[in-house]
Design a protein around this ligand. Structure first.
Ligand code: CP
Ligand code: NVA
Length: 308
């Protein structure tokens, strides 16, 4: 194979500068607004995306497939049991083989090491469709959604109440790169890693951590949470998450402590009565359906950028 430029992977927000992330969002927004000439709306004609899922998915799977097809391309979808990886073929070999068939690879997997191995050996762009450590595609949709409802996110305040999980980590990356304040309220047992918090501090980010959700949401423009049990946590069973996380549930009382016009966000899937109450997620301040829709638009930006 002829030597080519290094592929444009989309692995984590901390690996990008702000301008590049803005550029990706702008491309997605242009498609959403249908500002491009019809001829330019199918820039990925003839391109093929392979999607590898080691974990379940509704939004990521459907939005990538629809997005790819709307841009003129197509997809191949593989679960772990469809491939030889389940029988011990290395990710490195899989990456080299897939790169001969497809133009990009989206991977949802357990560890960031799996993703890094795919990216190291693939000669086509690799996109992070969620790992135990992060979910960057979701954050691109989340920033797009926040800005549609509340204007530029730079300088605004976002409060996270709940598990310090993969979503919380990508919110930390986003806070640093997009210049907003992030207040994390997490149980002491379920905090994000110290390495991540040290990175945010070293970058000059405004990221704070406490175990007081009311202090976190005071004056916040947006309140965010996520499931108490992420995919894979069921098997770990190391702590009683429900007891630890109950004080961090986003209910009407907690929302009332944020700014009067604060919005509520959740990447979904949601569990009403656990991390969020029905009246909040189904209420007027919730933007979760726009957030889910924007997965499609933000990812069209990511696909076009990676394959551009
Ligand atoms: N938010 C999100 O990634 O949803 P899925 O797990 O359904 O893809
Ligand atoms: N934290 C959740 C996000 C799902 C999109 C999980 O990893 O299961």
């Amino acid at each position: 194979m002829l030597a080519q430029n290094p592929p444009k992977h989309f692995l984590d927000l901390d690996q990008f500068d702000t301008d590049t992330l803005r550029q990706v969002l702008d491309i997605g927004r242009t498609y959403k607004d249908q500002k491009t000439a019809a001829a330019d709306r199918r820039p990925l004609a003839g391109k093929m995306l392979a999607m590898l899922f080691d974990k379940p998915s509704t939004r990521t799977r459907v939005s990538f497939e629809v997005g790819m097809k709307q841009l003129g391309g197509d997809v191949v979808i593989l679960s772990q049991r469809d491939t030889q990886v389940g029988r011990g073929e290395t990710i490195a070999d899989t990456a080299r083989v897939l790169s001969r068939y497809v133009d990009a690879i989206m991977m949802r997997t357990t560890s960031r090491e799996n993703l890094a191995e795919m990216a190291a050996y693939a000669t086509v762009p690799v996109i992070n469709g969620l790992t135990d450590e992060s979910h960057p595609c979701q954050l691109m949709a989340d920033v797009m959604t926040f800005e549609e409802h509340r204007g530029p996110i730079r300088g605004k305040v976002v409060a996270w109440s709940g598990d310090g999980n993969n979503m919380a980590a990508s919110w930390v990356h986003a806070a640093v790169r997009f210049g907003f304040e992030l207040r994390l309220a997490c149980p002491k047992e379920l905090r994000p890693s110290q390495e991540l918090l040290d990175w945010a501090r070293a970058q000059g980010g405004k990221v704070s951590l406490s175990d007081d959700p009311y202090a976190a949401v005071a004056g916040a423009d947006c309140v965010v949470t996520d499931a108490w049990l992420s995919m894979g946590d069921e098997e770990k069973g190391e702590v009683n998450r429900h007891n630890l996380l109950a004080p961090f549930r986003v209910d009407e009382r907690l929302m009332a402590a944020a700014k009067p016009d604060a919005i509520f966000m959740h990447c979904l899937p949601a569990h009403r009565g656990e991390e969020v109450t029905g009246p909040v997620i189904d209420g007027p301040r919730s933007v979760v359906w726009d957030e889910a829709e924007n997965r499609l638009h933000a990812q069209k930006g990511i696909l076009a950028w990676c394959l551009g």
